[in-house]
Design a protein around this ligand. Structure first.
Ligand code: NDP
Length: 249
Protein backbone atom coordinates (compact mmCIF):
# COMPACT_ATOMS: atom_id res chain seq x y z
CA UNK A 1 0.00 0.00 0.00
CA UNK A 2 1.29 3.48 -0.83
CA UNK A 3 2.12 5.70 2.14
CA UNK A 4 0.24 8.94 1.50
CA UNK A 5 3.05 10.87 3.21
CA UNK A 6 5.77 9.50 0.92
CA UNK A 7 7.26 12.36 -1.12
CA UNK A 8 5.38 15.09 0.75
CA UNK A 9 7.22 18.21 1.89
CA UNK A 10 7.16 19.48 5.48
CA UNK A 11 8.67 22.39 7.35
CA UNK A 12 9.18 21.73 11.06
CA UNK A 13 10.01 24.82 13.09
CA UNK A 14 11.92 24.49 16.34
CA UNK A 15 13.53 21.32 15.03
CA UNK A 16 16.88 21.69 16.79
CA UNK A 17 15.65 19.85 19.90
CA UNK A 18 12.73 18.23 21.69
CA UNK A 19 9.37 17.81 19.97
CA UNK A 20 10.49 19.40 16.70
CA UNK A 21 13.54 17.19 16.34
CA UNK A 22 11.47 14.05 17.02
CA UNK A 23 8.81 15.21 14.56
CA UNK A 24 11.33 15.83 11.77
CA UNK A 25 12.74 12.33 12.28
CA UNK A 26 9.29 10.73 12.38
CA UNK A 27 8.15 12.50 9.21
CA UNK A 28 11.40 11.69 7.39
CA UNK A 29 10.98 8.02 8.35
CA UNK A 30 7.67 8.12 6.46
CA UNK A 31 9.34 9.47 3.31
CA UNK A 32 8.58 13.14 3.90
CA UNK A 33 11.19 15.61 2.64
CA UNK A 34 11.75 17.88 5.61
CA UNK A 35 12.96 21.42 6.06
CA UNK A 36 14.15 21.96 9.62
CA UNK A 37 14.23 25.44 11.12
CA UNK A 38 15.60 26.98 14.33
CA UNK A 39 18.45 29.26 15.41
CA UNK A 40 21.11 26.65 16.31
CA UNK A 41 22.76 25.66 13.02
CA UNK A 42 25.02 23.00 14.59
CA UNK A 43 22.01 21.09 15.93
CA UNK A 44 20.16 21.38 12.63
CA UNK A 45 23.19 20.23 10.64
CA UNK A 46 23.54 17.17 12.89
CA UNK A 47 19.84 16.34 12.51
CA UNK A 48 19.96 16.80 8.73
CA UNK A 49 22.95 14.41 8.60
CA UNK A 50 20.96 11.78 10.54
CA UNK A 51 18.02 12.12 8.17
CA UNK A 52 20.19 11.91 5.06
CA UNK A 53 22.15 8.91 6.44
CA UNK A 54 18.82 7.14 6.94
CA UNK A 55 18.00 7.74 3.26
CA UNK A 56 15.87 10.87 3.63
CA UNK A 57 16.07 14.44 2.35
CA UNK A 58 16.53 17.47 4.61
CA UNK A 59 17.01 21.20 4.25
CA UNK A 60 18.48 23.29 7.03
CA UNK A 61 16.76 26.69 7.36
CA UNK A 62 18.41 28.74 10.07
CA UNK A 63 15.88 31.32 11.24
CA UNK A 64 14.97 33.33 14.30
CA UNK A 65 11.18 33.15 14.55
CA UNK A 66 11.07 36.24 16.75
CA UNK A 67 11.65 38.00 13.42
CA UNK A 68 8.65 37.53 11.15
CA UNK A 69 10.75 38.14 8.02
CA UNK A 70 12.98 35.21 8.94
CA UNK A 71 9.95 33.04 9.72
CA UNK A 72 8.51 33.74 6.27
CA UNK A 73 11.91 33.19 4.67
CA UNK A 74 12.09 29.65 6.11
CA UNK A 75 8.84 28.86 4.28
CA UNK A 76 10.08 30.36 1.03
CA UNK A 77 13.39 28.48 1.27
CA UNK A 78 11.46 25.23 1.68
CA UNK A 79 9.32 25.94 -1.38
CA UNK A 80 12.39 26.95 -3.40
CA UNK A 81 14.25 23.73 -2.55
CA UNK A 82 11.41 21.19 -2.73
CA UNK A 83 8.96 22.93 -5.06
CA UNK A 84 6.10 23.07 -2.57
CA UNK A 85 5.09 22.85 1.08
CA UNK A 86 2.44 20.36 2.15
CA UNK A 87 2.81 20.28 5.93
CA UNK A 88 3.83 23.16 8.20
CA UNK A 89 4.50 22.17 11.81
CA UNK A 90 4.56 25.40 13.82
CA UNK A 91 6.42 24.13 16.86
CA UNK A 92 9.14 26.70 17.67
CA UNK A 93 8.50 28.11 21.11
CA UNK A 94 9.85 29.28 24.43
CA UNK A 95 8.35 29.11 27.90
CA UNK A 96 9.35 31.95 30.20
CA UNK A 97 7.52 31.35 33.46
CA UNK A 98 7.51 33.97 36.22
CA UNK A 99 4.95 35.79 38.38
CA UNK A 100 3.08 38.64 36.69
CA UNK A 101 3.96 41.27 39.26
CA UNK A 102 7.72 41.03 38.79
CA UNK A 103 7.88 39.73 35.24
CA UNK A 104 10.44 41.02 32.77
CA UNK A 105 8.18 42.38 30.02
CA UNK A 106 11.02 42.35 27.51
CA UNK A 107 11.32 38.59 28.00
CA UNK A 108 7.54 38.19 27.69
CA UNK A 109 7.48 40.31 24.54
CA UNK A 110 10.07 37.96 23.05
CA UNK A 111 7.91 34.95 24.00
CA UNK A 112 4.87 36.53 22.34
CA UNK A 113 6.95 37.21 19.23
CA UNK A 114 8.21 33.62 18.92
CA UNK A 115 5.17 31.66 20.12
CA UNK A 116 2.50 33.75 18.41
CA UNK A 117 3.81 36.17 15.79
CA UNK A 118 6.45 33.78 14.41
CA UNK A 119 3.77 31.10 14.02
CA UNK A 120 1.43 33.58 12.33
CA UNK A 121 4.15 34.81 9.96
CA UNK A 122 5.11 31.27 8.89
CA UNK A 123 1.44 30.42 8.35
CA UNK A 124 0.85 33.55 6.31
CA UNK A 125 3.83 32.74 4.09
CA UNK A 126 2.67 29.14 3.58
CA UNK A 127 -0.94 29.87 2.63
CA UNK A 128 -0.59 31.19 -0.96
CA UNK A 129 1.17 28.00 -2.16
CA UNK A 130 -1.21 25.73 -0.26
CA UNK A 131 -4.24 27.53 -1.65
CA UNK A 132 -2.87 27.38 -5.18
CA UNK A 133 -2.37 23.61 -4.93
CA UNK A 134 -5.58 23.17 -2.88
CA UNK A 135 -3.61 21.05 -0.45
CA UNK A 136 -2.00 21.76 2.87
CA UNK A 137 -1.88 20.91 6.55
CA UNK A 138 -0.89 23.33 9.29
CA UNK A 139 -0.11 21.80 12.69
CA UNK A 140 0.19 24.29 15.53
CA UNK A 141 1.73 23.31 18.85
CA UNK A 142 -0.14 24.80 21.77
CA UNK A 143 -0.13 23.23 25.26
CA UNK A 144 -2.32 22.29 28.19
CA UNK A 145 -1.37 25.89 29.07
CA UNK A 146 -3.57 26.81 26.10
CA UNK A 147 -6.54 25.31 27.95
CA UNK A 148 -5.90 26.36 31.54
CA UNK A 149 -3.72 28.87 33.38
CA UNK A 150 -1.43 28.27 36.34
CA UNK A 151 0.64 30.61 38.55
CA UNK A 152 3.81 31.73 36.80
CA UNK A 153 2.35 30.80 33.44
CA UNK A 154 0.15 33.81 32.74
CA UNK A 155 1.99 35.08 29.66
CA UNK A 156 2.88 31.58 28.44
CA UNK A 157 -0.81 30.74 28.65
CA UNK A 158 -1.62 33.96 26.81
CA UNK A 159 0.56 32.74 23.93
CA UNK A 160 -0.84 29.22 23.95
CA UNK A 161 -4.51 30.27 24.29
CA UNK A 162 -3.60 32.60 21.41
CA UNK A 163 -2.44 29.65 19.31
CA UNK A 164 -5.71 27.80 19.98
CA UNK A 165 -7.85 30.79 18.97
CA UNK A 166 -5.71 31.53 15.94
CA UNK A 167 -5.94 27.91 14.79
CA UNK A 168 -9.72 27.74 15.02
CA UNK A 169 -10.22 31.02 13.17
CA UNK A 170 -7.64 30.01 10.56
CA UNK A 171 -9.42 26.71 9.94
CA UNK A 172 -12.61 28.58 9.09
CA UNK A 173 -10.71 30.79 6.64
CA UNK A 174 -9.00 27.98 4.73
CA UNK A 175 -11.01 24.75 4.93
CA UNK A 176 -12.73 25.37 1.60
CA UNK A 177 -9.34 25.24 -0.09
CA UNK A 178 -8.66 21.75 1.29
CA UNK A 179 -6.24 23.11 3.88
CA UNK A 180 -6.40 21.36 7.23
CA UNK A 181 -5.52 22.87 10.60
CA UNK A 182 -4.65 20.87 13.70
CA UNK A 183 -3.75 22.17 17.13
CA UNK A 184 -1.90 19.87 19.54
CA UNK A 185 -1.98 20.61 23.28
CA UNK A 186 0.59 18.50 25.11
CA UNK A 187 1.07 18.29 28.84
CA UNK A 188 4.54 17.92 30.29
CA UNK A 189 7.10 16.67 27.76
CA UNK A 190 10.70 15.89 28.71
CA UNK A 191 12.66 18.45 26.65
CA UNK A 192 14.97 21.45 27.05
CA UNK A 193 12.03 23.86 27.32
CA UNK A 194 12.21 24.36 31.09
CA UNK A 195 15.95 25.10 31.02
CA UNK A 196 15.27 28.67 29.86
CA UNK A 197 13.11 29.71 32.82
CA UNK A 198 14.98 32.59 34.48
CA UNK A 199 12.86 32.75 37.67
CA UNK A 200 14.58 30.15 39.87
CA UNK A 201 11.71 29.29 42.28
CA UNK A 202 9.29 28.77 39.40
CA UNK A 203 11.82 26.67 37.53
CA UNK A 204 12.44 24.53 40.57
CA UNK A 205 8.73 24.05 41.20
CA UNK A 206 7.96 22.93 37.64
CA UNK A 207 11.02 20.66 37.50
CA UNK A 208 10.02 18.96 40.76
CA UNK A 209 6.47 18.55 39.46
CA UNK A 210 7.64 17.20 36.09
CA UNK A 211 10.06 14.76 37.70
CA UNK A 212 7.25 13.40 39.87
CA UNK A 213 5.64 11.81 36.81
CA UNK A 214 6.39 9.69 33.77
CA UNK A 215 6.71 12.57 31.32
CA UNK A 216 5.74 12.44 27.67
CA UNK A 217 8.65 12.13 25.22
CA UNK A 218 9.13 14.18 22.07
CA UNK A 219 8.42 10.97 20.13
CA UNK A 220 4.94 10.72 21.67
CA UNK A 221 4.02 14.10 20.23
CA UNK A 222 5.77 13.32 16.95
CA UNK A 223 3.76 10.11 16.55
CA UNK A 224 0.56 12.04 17.19
CA UNK A 225 1.47 14.63 14.57
CA UNK A 226 2.23 11.87 12.04
CA UNK A 227 -1.15 10.30 12.86
CA UNK A 228 -2.93 13.62 12.19
CA UNK A 229 -1.18 14.45 8.92
CA UNK A 230 -1.52 10.95 7.52
CA UNK A 231 -5.32 10.91 7.66
CA UNK A 232 -7.19 10.83 4.35
CA UNK A 233 -8.00 14.22 2.81
CA UNK A 234 -11.56 14.35 4.11
CA UNK A 235 -10.48 13.91 7.77
CA UNK A 236 -9.38 17.01 9.65
CA UNK A 237 -8.33 16.33 13.23
CA UNK A 238 -8.75 19.81 14.68
CA UNK A 239 -7.50 19.43 18.22
CA UNK A 240 -5.66 16.92 20.40
CA UNK A 241 -5.15 17.44 24.13
CA UNK A 242 -2.69 14.88 25.51
CA UNK A 243 -1.17 14.54 28.96
CA UNK A 244 1.13 12.12 30.72
CA UNK A 245 -1.07 9.56 32.44
CA UNK A 246 0.30 10.81 35.76
CA UNK A 247 -0.47 14.51 35.13
CA UNK A 248 -3.51 15.87 36.93
CA UNK A 249 -3.81 19.52 35.89
P1 NDP B 1 12.74 22.67 23.28
O1 NDP B 1 13.29 23.78 24.07
O2 NDP B 1 13.45 21.37 23.27
O3 NDP B 1 12.52 23.11 21.76
C1 NDP B 1 12.14 24.42 21.40
C2 NDP B 1 12.50 24.61 19.94
O4 NDP B 1 12.09 25.93 19.56
C3 NDP B 1 14.01 24.53 19.71
O5 NDP B 1 14.27 23.86 18.51
C4 NDP B 1 14.43 25.98 19.60
O6 NDP B 1 15.55 26.10 18.72
C5 NDP B 1 13.18 26.59 18.95
N1 NDP B 1 13.13 28.02 19.17
C6 NDP B 1 13.07 28.70 20.33
N2 NDP B 1 13.13 30.02 20.10
C7 NDP B 1 13.25 30.18 18.76
C8 NDP B 1 13.39 31.29 17.91
N3 NDP B 1 13.43 32.55 18.39
N4 NDP B 1 13.49 31.08 16.58
C9 NDP B 1 13.48 29.81 16.10
N5 NDP B 1 13.35 28.73 16.84
C10 NDP B 1 13.25 28.91 18.17
O7 NDP B 1 11.24 22.48 23.80
P2 NDP B 1 9.99 21.62 23.29
O8 NDP B 1 10.37 20.67 22.25
O9 NDP B 1 9.31 21.14 24.50
O10 NDP B 1 9.08 22.78 22.67
C11 NDP B 1 8.48 22.73 21.41
C12 NDP B 1 7.09 23.33 21.49
O11 NDP B 1 6.27 22.51 22.30
C13 NDP B 1 7.03 24.73 22.07
O12 NDP B 1 6.13 25.51 21.30
C14 NDP B 1 6.47 24.49 23.46
O13 NDP B 1 5.79 25.62 23.95
C15 NDP B 1 5.56 23.33 23.21
N6 NDP B 1 5.18 22.52 24.37
C16 NDP B 1 6.13 21.92 25.15
C17 NDP B 1 5.76 21.22 26.27
C18 NDP B 1 6.76 20.61 27.20
O14 NDP B 1 6.38 20.23 28.32
N7 NDP B 1 8.01 20.47 26.83
C19 NDP B 1 4.34 21.04 26.63
C20 NDP B 1 3.43 21.69 25.71
C21 NDP B 1 3.85 22.40 24.64
P3 NDP B 1 16.77 27.16 18.84
O15 NDP B 1 16.99 27.41 20.29
O16 NDP B 1 17.89 26.44 18.16
O17 NDP B 1 16.31 28.35 18.07
Amino acid sequence: MNDRLDGCVALVTGASSGIGEATALALAARGVRVAIAARRRDRLDALAARIVTAGGEALVAVADFADETQAARAVHETEARFGRLDILVNNAGVMYLEPVETADLGRWRHMLEVNVLGLIAATQAALPGMRERRNGHIVNISSTAGRTGNPGGAAYSATKFGVVGFSEALRKEVYKDNIRVTVIEPGIVETELREHIAHAPTQQAINTWAESMRQLKGEDIANTIVFCVSQPDHVNINEILMRPTDQER
